[in-house]
Each structure stands twice: as structure tokens, then as C-alpha cells.
Design a protein around this ligand. Structure first.
Ligand SMILES: NC(=O)c1ccc[n+]([C@@H]2O[C@H](COP(=O)([O-])OP(=O)(O)OC[C@H]3O[C@@H](n4cnc5c(N)ncnc54)[C@H](O)[C@@H]3O)[C@@H](O)[C@H]2O)c1
Ligand SMILES: [Zn+2]
Ligand SMILES: [Zn+2]
Length: 343
């Protein structure tokens, strides 16, 4: 098969012929139909993900058609169109039995702990648990985004953030995750404030349902500005991943507010305004994708017309574009998300 391989972090990515993946017990092999370029793929290529060993093939936000079914797989059939969460839980450990596959200790992650979907074929581990049938009315490109950023935003805003109608949601960083978070906030009837440093991203945020926007590049104290603007947020999400945006998110909360950390920070620890967390009894909540067992909730909101992942897609690529498009994410030049729709 063809795959976008890098031999070293930050090194060239090349489209090369490699062996097709084996059909291992408990797994399925899928022919990739579409795959998004998530900033986590950029982090992976850049070398900040300790789970990745070179040579490597990224791509974790995909939809595929099942072409091989491993021994012991009972629920998935050849020919089915499936999506999988980027965290594939084992299905049998204590967190998995509680339906919390996203924190499984035996998890596998295609595109991180194993080769991913910037290729003709990839694999879904623990397939009976993680291969989710895609409803026929959902397009390939929309289904791909459910694999990571759309489902992660659902987990952050709806499940972890517990956002309710009439509350204020602040979204810091309006890229793939952030735009999806805005759409979910709008869908539940919250007042949504979008924060970014890119006017193009903010313009897109308005089309997704943001009620107000704030250009962080023009403001010294983003938290104070959000208190002035809306009295502070009930729920605030860091959808970039930096000490600056995480701090801004915490400081934009009103008392008893919930900060949701989705963006991955480049370091294991960060300097955050903890005194504010104590003074205002704030909640700090992490997010690690969404369990496959909850994907039906996201598809139900899509079927009800509450969110359409296609609304956040601004660029459609081929596999041959990945070697240039992935390193180019460094510049944050492209608002919205890029999806490979032709392998
Ligand atoms: N925890 C999880 O489960 C999970 C899942 C998916 C992605 N992620 C992470 O979420 C983050 C976002 O991913 P993405 O693909 O949406 O990224 P993206 O590049 O599409 O979006 C990032 C946005 O942040 C904006 N930005 C940059 N500096 C800013 C600042 N100082 N203030 C406000 N906005 C700023 C950019 O202009 C851009 O619009 C990444 O760190 C990614 O690795 C985590
Ligand atoms: Zn991702
Ligand atoms: Zn498990």
C-alpha cells in the first residue's frame, strides 16, 4: 500500500510503498476513505508525543471500509463503513467495563501507538469495541472528523463541561476542536464567545454559532475582557493547548465555573493560575477523546441537524498533499480543518 512515512521527527514525510497491514486477531483492516489532519498529528510529527516510535505513519481521524476481519471479531463485517475513536479501549478492563474506554490503560491509538490512516489501509484494534458503524446519510469527510475532533469537542462541552442552555461558553482557539465546541455550545442553547488570534478563524466561528468574538492578539488581559463582556464563563475550553490559553480559559471563568482542557500542552507540567481555582472554587477537567460507546450520541445530534462536521472543513486534500500540508500546520495559516478525501 501507499503511506505517508516519516523516518525521524521533524524530518521529511514521503509517500512510499509499504507492506499492507496484517489482519490480526481481534482487529479489522480498513481501506481509508477519508482522514483529517488534526493538530495532534502535527504534534506527533514534531516529536512531542512520547507514544510514537519512528518510522511512523500518522493519521488518527479517519473513516474506512472494512476489508479484513481478524479471528475472534464478531460484531464487524467486511464491507461495513466504520469510524473509530483515536483512543481504542480494550473493552475488558475496569474503566472499559464502565464505558470509559477513553482512559483504558491497555489502549491502542492508530496514528500514535501504531501506524495510522495517512495510508491506503489502517487497522482498528479491539474492533468489536471500537469500530462504529457510520450511518448511511453521513458523508465520508464528516464521519472522519467524528473520529477525533468532533467527538472530543462533544466530550469536552457536553459530557465533561456539562454545559446547559442559557450558560456562557468561552472557546479559546477556534480551529477544528474549537469550531466543533462552538457548534455544540450553540446547539444546547448557550451564549458562545469565540477567542482566537486569527480574524479568519473568528469569522468562521460566527458561522458555526458564536454569538461574540474576541481577538486575543489585540488584548492584554483576555480573562478580564471576558468578565467585562459577558460576566465570565460558566464553561471555558482551551482548544489550542498552551500555558497562555489554558491560563486565559481559567481566568475567564466566573465563580464555580468549569475549565475544560482539550488542547495538548507541549510540556508535562504548566504554570496555571491555581489561586483563582481555589478562590472561585473552579473545576479543572481533562478530556481524552470520546469512548466509542458514546459515538451514537454524536451521530444523533448530527441526524437532528444540530451539528454538521462539514461546516468546519475548509480544505480537501489528497494523500500526496500530506508531506507538505502536515509540516505547514506550524504556521496556523489555514482556518478550519483540512481533510484528505482522496487516497
Ligand atoms: N485531548 C484530546 O482528546 C484532543 C483531541 C483532539 C485534539 N487535541 C488537541 O487540541 C488542540 C487543537 O487541535 P486542532 O486540530 O483543533 O488545532 P487547530 O490548529 O485547528 O486550532 C488551533 C487554533 O488556535 C488558535 N490560536 C493560536 N494561538 C492562540 C491564542 N494565543 N489564543 C487563542 N487562539 C489561538 C489558532 O489560530 C487556531 O485557530 C491541539 O493541541 C490538539 O493536539 C486534543
Ligand atoms: Zn485528533
Ligand atoms: Zn480497557
Amino acid at each position: 500500500m501507499r503511506a505517508a512515512v516519516f523516518e525521524q521527527f521533524r524530518g521529511p514525510i514521503e509517500i512510499v510503498e509499504v507492506a499492507d497491514p496484517a489482519v490480526a486477531p481481534g482487529e479489522v483492516v480498513v481501506e481509508v476513505l477519508a482522514v483529517g489532519l488534526c493538530r495532534s498529528d502535527y504534534h506527533g510529527w514534531h516529536g512531542t508525543d512520547p507514544d510514537i516510535a519512528c518510522p511512523h505513519v500518522g493519521g488518527h481521524e479517519f473513516v474506512g471500509r472494512v476489508v479484513g476481519v481478524g479471528e475472534g471479531v464478531h460484531r464487524v463485517r467486511e464491507g461495513e463503513r466504520v469510524v473509530a475513536p483515536f483512543v481504542c479501549g480494550c473493552g475488558s478492563c475496569a474503566p472499559c467495563l464502565l464505558g470509559q474506554h477513553q482512559v483504558c490503560r491497555r489502549q491502542q491509538q492508530p496514528g500514535f501507538t501504531r501506524w495510522g490512516a495517512f495510508a491506503t489501509y489502517t487497522t482498528v484494534p479491539f474492533a468489536d469495541t471500537n469500530a462504529v458503524l457510520v450511518p448511511s446519510e453521513v458523508t465520508d469527510e464528516a464521519a472522519a472528523l467524528v473520529g477525533c475532533r468532533v467527538s472530543t469537542a462533544y466530550r469536552g462541552v457536553i459530557e465533561r463541561g456539562r454545559l446547559a442552555a442559557g450558560e456562557v461558553l468561552c472557546v479559546h482557539g477556534c480551529g477544528g476542536v474549537g469550531l466543533a465546541a462552538i457548534a455544540f455550545g450553540h446547539a444546547v442553547g448557550a451564549q458562545v464567545v469565540a477567542v482566537d488570534i486569527s480574524p479568519d478563524a473568528l469569522a468562521l466561528a460566527v458561522t458555526l454559532g458564536a454569538d461574540l468574538t474576541l481577538d486575543a492578539s489585540t488584548i492584554d488581559d483576555v480573562g478580564a475582557a471576558l468578565h467585562d463582556l459577558v460576566g465570565g464563563a460558566h464553561v471555558s475550553v482551551d482548544c489550542l493547548g498552551s500555558a497562555v490559553t489554558a491560563g486565559n480559559s481559567i481566568l475567564s471563568l466566573r465563580a464555580l465555573g468549569r475549565h475544560v482542557q482539550i488542547g495538548l500542552l507541549p510540556t508535562a507540567t504548566a504554570d496555571l493560575p491555581i489561586s483563582r481555582v481555589i478562590r472561585d472554587e473552579l473545576e479543572l477537567l481533562g478530556v481524552h477523546g470520546l469512548s466509542a460507546s458514546r459515538f451514537d450520541q454524536v451521530f444523533a445530534m448530527m441526524a437532528a441537524g444540530q451539528i454538521d462536521p462539514a461546516d468546519i472543513i475548509t480544505q480537501r486534500l489528497t494523500l500526496a498533499d500530506v508531506p507538505t500540508a502536515l509540516p505547514a500546520m506550524r504556521a496556523f495559516a489555514q482556518p478550519g480543518v483540512s481533510v484528505v478525501t482522496k487516497m
